[in-house]
Ligand binder design. Structure first.
Ligand SMILES: NC(=O)c1ccc[n+]([C@@H]2O[C@H](COP(=O)([O-])OP(=O)(O)OC[C@H]3O[C@@H](n4cnc5c(N)ncnc54)[C@H](O)[C@@H]3O)[C@@H](O)[C@H]2O)c1
Length: 256
């Protein structure tokens, strides 16, 4: 896939994994639209990267905001790469709490929405823009990388909302790849374990939890750059398609 002069969108681009991915893609020669609900942080990162990036504040659930991000990316070059990272947990909780109260329904719906609906929404609109690209020698025009989580495969107690949302994202990978193959667009998913973004480092400290527990090797949290390296491998390898890839140092989640 021709990356020189091409553009990318990173949703959640101002976040921990997002910023590392934006920097990495710029290092690969791509121009990047940093799309994030936190427009100030997106603009700050873009400013730091000069002409290679543009900050777009907005919500992945809002079609006008998504269109603005797509237009911004296309003003930099043909939109060739989409990395869906916007999301996260909106609140943990067991299906029935220890005090007997049921899980908050709105939290469940919101978590599904910001992760799964957001990924679906940006992908469907970005794919149309990618379909206008000149195909390469393999008849490929673009690539979408979705971000699930180990919680989507083996969610812990208290992760029913986040686990369901991330499972939905991982479940989109193959049907999206099948839907978009005629347009020459590949789709892969990444299921990260525990990656040391400021969010995760803060959460581990707050919960007094050793974040490397259960990781086989290397015995530490992942570095955000290691996520970005996997994005690069997916983007560069034309034969990777329709697959979710774990990035977890061999970690397997246990019940708690
Ligand atoms: N860090 C990890 O260990 C880890 C592990 C598994 C999965 N993930 C997933 O990777 C993604 C990034 O994680 P992170 O640790 O960098 O978190 P983060 O909170 O630093 O980044 C998420 C970014 O998404 C943005 N965002 C949230 N909702 C949005 C919306 N509706 N529209 C636009 N932007 C929105 C936030 O403003 C934030 O900048 C998340 O989806 C998270 O669930 C992270």
């Amino acid at each position: 896939m021709k990356l020189e002069g091409a553009s990318a969108i990173v949703t959640g681009g101002a976040g921990g994994l997002g910023a590392a991915t934006v920097r990495h893609l710029v290092g690969m020669g791509l121009q990047v639209a940093v799309f994030d609900r936190d427009g100030d942080r997106a603009a700050e990162l873009a400013k730091e990267l000069g002409d290679a990036a543009i900050g777009v504040g907005g919500d992945v659930l809002d079609d006008d905001d998504v269109t603005a991000a797509i237009d911004a990316a296309r003003s930099l070059g043909p939109l060739t790469v989409l990395v869906n990272l916007a999301g996260g947990a909106t609140g943990a909780g067991r299906l029935v709490a220890r005090d007997g109260t049921p899980h908050d329904k709105a939290v469940f719906v919101d978590t599904l929405s910001m992760n799964a609906v957001g990924t679906f929404n940006v992908s469907r609109l970005a794919a149309i823009a990618m379909s206008a690209n000149e195909p390469d020698d393999d008849a490929q025009r673009g690539v979408i990388v979705n971000t699930g989580s180990l919680a989507g495969l083996e969610g812990k107690a208290g992760q029913v909302a986040y686990g369901a949302a991330k499972a939905a994202i991982l479940g989109m990978t193959l049907p999206m790849a099948r839907d978009l193959a005629p347009l020459g667009i590949r789709v892969c998913g990444i299921a990260p374990g525990t990656i040391g973004t400021p969010l995760m480092v803060g959460a581990a400290a707050h919960l007094k939890h050793d974040p490397s527990e259960g990781v086989l090797s290397p015995k530490r949290m992942g570095h955000p750059e290691e996520y970005a390296l996997l994005v690069e491998a997916i983007v560069r390898n034309p034969y990777l398609n329709g697959e979710n890839i774990r990035l977890d140092g061999g970690l397997r989640f246990t019940a708690k």
